[in-house]
Design a protein around this ligand. Structure first.
Ligand SMILES: Nc1ncnc2c1ncn2[C@@H]1O[C@H](COP(=O)(O)OP(=O)(O)OP(=O)(O)O)[C@@H](O)[C@H]1O
Ligand SMILES: [Mg+2]
Length: 402
């Protein structure tokens, strides 16, 4: 008898002999007894339950990847911004839903920098909708310090309360998007002698609110009245997202990266530098005119990029509720089948780039192209013209086909 076959009379795992175990399963070169099989089974089950625990997070909707996936359905491109924003939002809501004991996690508000019409407001709006939290867009240009004519900063919280249908608890976990934040930049050294009502003063007024304070807002819409009914809203768990085009910031960044001796125009051709230009530092924002205390409260800064032609075309055709679907639907109400050639879409995107208003220009472009056809839609139908194919010529020179 060989040594090998001898060994297989014992379990290769526990060493017990065939005689004392219930069953010994013998393989080619190993054997396992029924006791060890049972033990293995227990081990596997244990592992599975651990895995299950890991797989089920407390707040599945606050998974950054899930938030990004939702953003992807509505927003083309801006991948980096989507990731940064998703993480910031997920962390914010994880923190306020599960407040840690004996640990202070700082609130991280978000600043989105990027050209007009490229998706800043859309990013914030889409995220808020997904999270099902109250959301308002406030315009920084209309804000003033308390005591001046205009809306004081607390009016934003008033709007949020309205968006939450008066539910304070809901409002206290909402999102406020402050648009055009770059317009409240300090105007330069000269203006600091007088009170800078629309700039630095508003930034100062925003500090407390953004960081977390209890503010009193009117119960019903409208401005506060000294004797009117007011309610307290704590802003500590409200997420503030600011957005602005920050025209001129690119030059500041380029100068920092290359020294002031090189002209900015010479540098934009350098594609490597183009990538670098999206890296905004607190110092750049400070040079732009944002006060350090304000910058400090927006810990996450993210840049979004100008949309290119391919992305504009995808916005026309691919995103949920895209313009092409919207207009196809409108024409279908008159039984007209509206189509576009690839060249036509390309030309619409090309024209839109020329407008320099980002994706916003797509809407006006498509309106311009379809205006005469929308006007004559009823006539088309009456004359049994039930197909309308928009080609490049129609984009360049829209003409009724009747
Ligand atoms: N990346 C994008 N993907 C899909 N649609 C977009 C995108 N960017 C812009 N749009 C479209 O353009 C419109 C305007 O975009 P948005 O309001 O987000 O611009 P913005 O960056 O906030 O500009 P502004 O600085 O002028 O406020 C959106 O409602 C949307 O229809
Ligand atoms: Mg905007």
């Amino acid at each position: 008898m060989t040594e090998e076959s001898n060994k297989l009379k014992n379990c290769s795992f526990c060493g017990h002999s065939k005689e004392i175990v219930k069953k010994l399963i013998v393989g080619d070169q190993v054997a396992i007894c029924s006791d060890c099989v049972e033990l293995c089974q227990d081990l596997i089950l244990d592992d599975e339950s651990i895995l299950r625990e890991i797989e089920e997070p407390k707040d599945p909707q606050f998974d950054p990847a899930a938030i990004k996936e939702h953003l992807d359905q509505h927003i083309i491109g801006q991948d980096e911004a989507k990731i940064v924003l998703s993480v910031a939002i997920a962390n914010h809501y994880k923190r306020i839903n599960n407040p840690p004991k004996n640990l202070e996690i700082q609130k991280g508000n978000v600043l989105i920098v990027g050209p007009t019409g490229s998706g800043k407001t859309l990013l914030a709006k889409t995220a808020a909708k997904y999270l099902n939290v109250p959301f308002v867009v406030a315009d920084a240009t209309s804000l003033t310090e308390a005591g001046y004519v205009g809306d004081d900063v607390e009016s934003m919280i008033n709007l949020l309360l309205t968006a939450a249908n008066g539910d304070i608890k809901q409002a206290e976990r909402g999102i406020v998007f402050i648009d055009e934040i770059d317009k409240i930049a300090r105007k330069g050294e000269s203006t600091s002698i007088t009170r800078d009502v629309s700039g630095e003063g508003v930034q100062q007024a925003l500090l407390k609110l953004v960081e977390g304070t209890v503010c009193r807002v009117a119960t019903q819409g409208g401005r506060k009245h000294p004797n009117g009914n007011t309610q307290e809203v704590n802003t500590k768990d409200i997420l503030f997202i600011s957005g602005g085009a920050f025209v001129g910031l690119k030059d500041i960044i380029a100068n920092r990266l290359n020294g002031t001796s090189i002209g900015f125009n010479a540098m934009v051709t350098d594609s490597k530098l183009e990538g670098e230009l999206t890296k905004v530092s607190p110092d750049d924002l400070s040079k732009f005119g944002m006060i350090p205390e304000f910058i400090g409260r927006f810990t996450t800064t993210v840049s979004i990029k100008e949309l290119n032609k391919e992305q504009l075309i995808r916005i026309l055709t691919d995103v949920k509720n895209n313009y092409i679907s919207q207009y196809t639907y409108l024409f279908s109400l008159d039984s007209i089948d509206l189509t576009f050639t690839t060249e036509a879409l390309d030309q619409i995107a090309e024209n839109t780039i020329g407008l320099k208003t980002g994706a916003r220009g797509l809407h006006s472009e498509i309106e311009r192209v379809l205006m005469c056809h929308m006007f004559d839609a009823k006539k088309y139908r009456e004359n049994k013209i039930l197909k309308l194919n928009i080609d490049k010529d129609q984009v360049l020179n829209p003409k009724s086909i009747i």
